[in-house]
Write a protein that binds this ligand. Structure first.
Ligand code: GLN
Length: 315
């Protein structure tokens, strides 16, 4: 007879992780190139695990909203695939960049076609793609409605202070967008495209909202909590593949090696990780490592993966 594995006590596992990381809270460097993000207390730490069976486990500041920043690129990629299907790959690649998230160097060699949808240039291209047929205001509204639908939570909003702060200081992104425009690779005015980009990056969500929003990726494209079918199974797998290979920029290999799960980070210090068939996990700790990914967030996910045995690379 096959031995039945004892059910895991996920609450005890995440409580243990929180306890072990408590002495280290505040480590890493909070992003300060967006002034509004620099104001966040580096000692925050939250984590939520939502299983495909619908159980929710949380610890620390799991119900405190934070700026999801680049994690929103998973949401806009999903929207873009829904609107344009596989045609998006004419405009953006799907290879890891090996470069920082805001790098411009590859763009010149590659004729203004960004390596993947998760680096800034790629996400700006995705904003341009989904703008077709909309005003920026309409599209921003659609993105907010989509994320509320994914998380089944009508309270999710954009933090307009953060959006304003990045609009005032996002010179690098302005440069990236203009550079792509010079290659004839944007269909809409740079200000419209960046307006969309800065606003979706400024979505404010809690770990619990984020983990619920990402659950469809762990469950073959359908959110088991709501029954909403978001994408096909194949598309969920493919989004996960992109998160694994590109979700942490030039730190993607290291994250795959240490954690072994698809993940997407943001400079607000959040990470959404997907354990296919098992759970969606969101973690938040604002201090970043040298790649701009949450230092303790990555560590917490590494501990969680080790303790649960969750990995896309084998049992
Ligand atoms: N809005 C941020 C930027 O464009 C997103 C970057 C990130 O989260 N890595 O710089």
């Amino acid at each position: 007879m096959l031995e039945q594995k004892a059910p895991q006590d996920l609450q005890a596992i995440i409580d243990g992780i929180y306890q072990e990381l408590t002495p280290r809270l505040g480590e890493g460097k909070v992003a300060d190139y967006i002034p509004q993000l620099a104001r966040v207390d580096a000692r925050h730490f939250g984590m939520t695990v939502v299983t495909t069976g619908g159980e929710v486990y949380r610890v620390g500041d799991a119900e405190v909203p934070f700026s999801i920043q680049s994690i929103s690129k998973v949401i806009t990629l999903t929207l873009a695939l829904g609107k344009h299907g596989e045609n998006i790959w004419h405009r953006v690649g799907r290879e890891p960049s090996g470069s920082p998230f805001n790098s411009i160097v590859q763009l010149e060699h590659e004729g203004g076609k960004p390596r993947n949808p998760f680096i800034n240039a790629g996400a700006i291209t995705i904003s341009d793609l989904i703008l077709a047929g909309h005003t920026p205001r309409e599209l921003i509204g659609e993105i907010v409605r989509f994320v509320r639908y994914l998380a089944d939570d009508e309270t999710i909003v954009i933090d307009h202070e953060v959006a304003r702060s990045e609009t005032a200081t996002g010179f690098r992104n302005v440069a990236l967008a203009n550079f792509m425009r010079s290659f004839g690779r944007l269909d809409h005015p740079v200000e419209h495209v960046l307006g969309v980009y800065f606003h979706h990056c400024a979505l404010a969500m809690t770990c619990s909202q984020l983990a619920k929003a990402g659950l469809f990726l762990a469950a073959g494209g359908t959110n088991p909590l709501t029954g909403h079918s978001v994408v096909s199974r194949q598309r969920a797998r493919r989004i996960n593949a992109l998160m694994l290979t590109c979700g942490h920029y030039d730190g993607s290999g290291d994250f795959a090696y240490r954690v072994g799960l698809p993940g997407k980070s943001g400079v607000g210090g959040g990470i959404l990780a997907v354990a296919p068939g098992k759970a969606s996990v969101a973690v938040w700790s604002p201090g970043l490592n040298e790649y701009g990914n949450s230092l303790l967030g990555s560590l917490a996910l590494e501990m969680l993966a080790a303790r649960t045995g969750w990995s896309v690379f084998g049992p």
